[in-house]
Design a protein around this ligand. Structure first.
Ligand code: ST9
Ligand code: ZN
Ligand code: ZN
Length: 425
């Protein structure tokens, strides 16, 4: 485990996580509430045509911008647009999402400024509003109170929710969550106050002027490629997490929820498509158990931690992941190599007796995890297991879960072979 990951605890403390519980008390008795509910008018969708027109025009302009990339645009302009996509993407993933919405790590002022600038350039609502909607999304996922409730269909979850008034439940339930921590950050407050001029400058004016001044691109090309196309592309990559990753993919951590491990989204959203993991363990700074693999945002946060800009990175322990996979996972485990030694120790608390035939099924999986020396070793920073635990945690935990599900064939197989657990050396 990299030394800068401070929190690799077995149980992440509740106090480490921002208070997402109701902060206002319901007043009046139950009858009043029920009566009030009865009096409420049935919800009717209210389309906001201004947004429909703006989003429609933006998408047409982005398609035009894409054609310019293959025509008159200079190559530097296309490269700049890609770099801006990554930078603004980090403003969303490392900034609005993992830092401000979830508080999954802490960041010093210069990093927060860097991320806030990127998030402003991404024009996805100011940090306060983005995080407010996102907290409501997690707490009331796939109910009327979820701003982009995927039960209302792919289109609604993708972009439709931005084209109509919110369901009243979003606002009612949203008001029961605390956002005080956001208002304590002067950067968030400043950005919220001056949001409109800031987005005009950061998202549209600078990306148009800089390519013109720096390498002689035309204002026309710079505007349609670095501003519009890059903006619309990043929007859609972000929205895919709400749509695609709530529809398609595996559910290894919790089969009772829709968010899924969606690899298409993992790449487009620079590391944010491990959505079954993320909804199960929203406080993990890496949003997946794969560490930095396929996860540009995690690489970035690790790099920032290495230079002291990010700290208190929260991570779920493999032990907790295994327990959760066993309890609620969909068993969509990968068939991977398994070490012989776990079988040897499985039936014994001490980890010294090599007679695996007698006690194999005598302990519950949870007991096995907490009592077996073998698992202890595996779960403690990979000591004795090369670097596997750092980079291949998913394989390791999958393997353990597989063994613990007491599949005799697997146990037999593992006893006959002498593979190592996903060695990377
Ligand atoms: C955009 C956001 O694109 C995208 C977010 C995506 C999230 C993805 C998450 C996935 C995980 C992360 C993955 C990252 C991957 C990144 C990859 C990058 C490569 N709680 O909203 P209003 C109250 S934005 C509590 O106007 P309406 C509040 O009092 C795109 N209260 O509701 C509020 O007043 P205020 C660009 C709430 O009238 C008042 O209600 N932006 C809550 O129904 C009114 O709020 C646009 O297109 C709540 N949750 O209008 C703008 N919500 O704000 C589109 C509201 O003053 N938005 N209240 O405190 C709008 O025009 C409107 O919001 C509306 C709804 C028409 C949609
Ligand atoms: Zn989600
Ligand atoms: Zn989240």
């Amino acid at each position: 485990m990299p030394p800068f990951i401070k929190t690799n605890v077995n149980d992440v403390l509740d106090s480490d996580i921002p208070d997402l519980e109701p902060s206002v008390e319901l007043k009046g008795d139950l009858n009043d509430l029920l009566q009030a509910q009865k009096n409420q008018k049935p919800y009717k969708i209210q389309i906001v045509w201004r947004n429909v027109i703006i989003m429609g025009l933006l998408h047409v302009a982005a398609i035009y911008g894409a054609t310019l990339c293959f025509g008159t645009a200079k190559w530097q302009t296309v490269v700049a647009a890609i770099l801006l996509y990554v930078y603004t993407g980090l403003g969303i993933t490392a900034g609005a999402h993992r830092l401000w919405s979830h508080r999954s790590y802490k960041a010093k002022f210069p990093l927060r400024l860097f991320l806030a600038l990127a998030q402003t350039m991404a024009v996805q609502n100011h940090i306060y509003e983005w995080s407010r909607d996102h907290r409501v999304h997690h707490k009331y996922s796939e109910t009327d109170a979820d701003p982009h409730n995927a039960k209302r269909g792919f289109f609604f979850a993708h972009v439709g929710w931005l084209l109509c008034r919110k369901h009243p439940e979003v606002i009612n339930k949203g008001k029961t969550i605390s956002y005080d921590d956001l208002l304590r950050d002067p950067i968030v407050v400043f950005q919220r106050r001056y949001y409109i001029p800031l987005i005009l400058i950061c998202c549209f004016i600078l990306p148009t002027l800089l390519p013109t001044l720096l390498w002689g691109e035309t204002l026309w090309n710079a505007y349609f490629i670095c501003a519009v196309l890059r903006y619309v592309w990043t929007l859609n990559m972000t929205w895919l997490v709400n749509s695609a990753a709530h529809f398609w993919g595996r559910h290894p951590y919790d089969k009772n929820i829709h968010p899924a491990e969606n690899y298409l989204t993992v790449y487009g959203a620079i590391g944010e498509g491990f959505h079954n993991y993320h909804h199960t363990f929203p406080w993990d700074y890496s949003t997946s158990e794969l560490g930095w693999r396929f996860n540009l945002t995690t690489m970035f946060i690790n790099a920032m931690a290495a230079i002291g800009q990010a700290y208190d990175l929260k991570q779920v322990s493999p032990e907790m992941i295994i327990k959760r996979k066993l309890r609620t996972g969909d068993n969509s485990l990968k068939l991977t190599i398994v070490n012989a030694s776990p079988v040897v120790n499985i039936g014994k608390n001490s980890g010294t007796n090599h007679d695996h035939s007698t006690h194999q099924n005598s302990l519950s999986p949870t007991d096995l995890i907490s009592n077996t020396e073998y698992f202890r070793q595996m779960l403690s920073n990979g000591s004795g297991f090369n670097k596997t635990i750092l980079f291949k945690r998913e394989d390791v935990t999958d393997n353990i879960v597989k063994i613990l599900r007491n599949n005799p064939n697997d146990l037999l197989l593992t006893n006959q072979t002498d593979h190592h657990l996903g060695s990377i050396d």
